[in-house]
Design a protein around this ligand. Structure first.
Ligand SMILES: Cc1c2[nH]c(c1CCC(=O)O)Cc1[nH]c(c(CCC(=O)O)c1C)Cc1[nH]c(c(CCC(=O)O)c1C)Cc1[nH]c(c(C)c1CCC(=O)O)C2
Length: 378
């Protein structure tokens, strides 16, 4: 049994403090999909091993999780466990393949509600189906040696339901949407069943060593405001509340990323998450005005800026950190995952710029505070 009781002490807790709303010396930074195909060392690993084999082999998942931490030594303030949101449909009994160059593929997606009874397990024991993720988390926590915190994650119920019905990526999500409009009751049943697995899985990840959690509602923005409120938000809320209740004093900060759901930002800031991750359709000013310090904001540079050359990267990253502010309730990130063909140097420049500007802004804030104190005393 892996040791989940005595992890090495944490040397950099910036992201945890930022998530809890405590002051930080500078904005912490990490990048969604930071372990992945833009890294030559990851591509080399993929020549040897199938995607889900890496996920299921704790030694390999640990190795790949650490690749960006080692390459960008001192520049990343968090690691995220190497896995995929689609391990939950697998745990529910579905077959998912990762087709190189194409993405995920379900050979037998759910077509009509009656398929649920045939294809999905009534009860999922996450310790039986997903113990390999827990083992990877525990092993990675030890291997990280306290350098940065380790983030665990799940896909949100609507996004997972959509994959399970579409059978893979889709431009319109018309099959998944047909379900919510034609079979609303059965859709809620499916969302509820996925939610139960998400909750058990997140709780298990924390017991295994995850120090922060992120819920990916990658297809949130495919739903309009009304449907988001019915088919996404209640399940996101349930996940935060149930995970925190089950963990009690072991609870860790939780982050929600509902890509495209700009209209839901106010509601997302009151459903139990500590952090709301933003895509690039928000300005820092409007996001701050809507959330009013109730949550920490994370994000949100357009990942495509990393194709724009040095000047564009420095300009956009600077604008982002200056806009959000560096020392309170902010975690720097991209507005979605880093893309597979981004040059490794572009990522490095992004991280270095966030550090440099973050420290500058922190120093300016300090100087302004001092000036204010002098005024008050004087
Ligand atoms: C929607 C989604 C998926 N997976 C994920 C999401 C939510 C985030 C988002 O919206 O981008 C989440 C995810 N996927 C992966 C991670 C862990 C690695 C990390 O973030 O550093 C995480 C957090 C590895 C991965 N997941 C996948 C790869 C590439 C697979 C390969 O090597 O062939 C990696 C490194 C495959 C995957 N997995 C998925 C897709 C659509 C694809 C193919 C397209 C793509 O690569 O972006 C589903």
């Amino acid at each position: 049994m892996a040791d989940t009781t005595s992890f090495p002490p944490l040397k950099n807790d910036l992201i945890l403090r930022a998530a809890r709303g405590e002051k930080t010396e500078r904005a912490p930074v990490w990048v969604m999909r930071q372990a992945g195909r833009y890294l030559p060392e990851f591509r080399a690993e993929r020549v040897e091993n199938d995607f889900f084999k890496i996920c299921r082999t704790p030694e390999l998942a640990t190795k790949v999780t650490l690749q960006p931490i080692d390459r960008y030594e001192g520049l990343l303030d968090a690691s995220i466990i190497f896995s995929d949101i689609l391990v939950i449909p697998q745990a529910l009994g579905m077959t998912v393949e990762m087709v190189p160059g194409k993405g995920p593929h379900f050979p037998t997606p759910l077509v009509v509600p009656a398929d649920m009874a045939v294809q999905l397990k009534e009860k999922v024991d996450v310790h039986k189906e997903l113990q390999y993720v827990f083992d990877a988390i525990t092993m990675t926590r030890h291997a990280l040696n306290g350098r940065v915190p380790l983030i665990g994650f799940v896909g949100a119920p609507w996004t997972l339901m959509a994959y399970m019905i579409e059978g893979g990526g889709s431009k319109t999500l018309s099959k998944a949407k047909e379900w919510i409009f034609k079979y609303p009751k059965e859709s809620h049943e499916l969302l509820g069943r996925i939610t139960d697995v998400c909750v058990d899985f997140l709780v298990g990840q924390v017991h295994a060593g995850a120090q922060m959690l992120q819920v990916f509602e990658s297809w949130g923005g495919e739903l309009g405001p009304h449907d988001f409120e019915h088919f996404s938000l209640p399940y996101l809320a349930q996940i935060a509340k149930r995970v925190k209740a089950e963990l009690g004093d072991k609870a860790v900060p939780m982050c929600v990323f509902a890509k495209g759901s700009w209209y839901a930002l106010d509601k997302l800031s009151v459903i139990g998450y500590d952090v709301v991750s933003l895509d690039w359709t928000h300005t820092p000013e409007s996001a701050k005005a809507i959330t009013l310090g109730r949550v920490t904001l994370q994000g949100n540079m357009d990942p495509n800026v990393l194709y724009g050359g040095d000047e564009a990267i420095v300009a956009a990253a600077t604008r982002m950190v200056r806009g959000f502010g560096s020392t309170r309730r902010y975690i720097a990130n991209l507005g979605h995952g880093i893309l597979p063909t981004v040059p490794v140097e572009a990522m490095e420049l992004f991280l270095k710029t966030v550090h440099r500007v973050g420290l500058e802004v922190a120093a300016e804030e300090k100087a302004a505070e001092l000036a204010n104190d002098v005024k008050i005393i004087g």
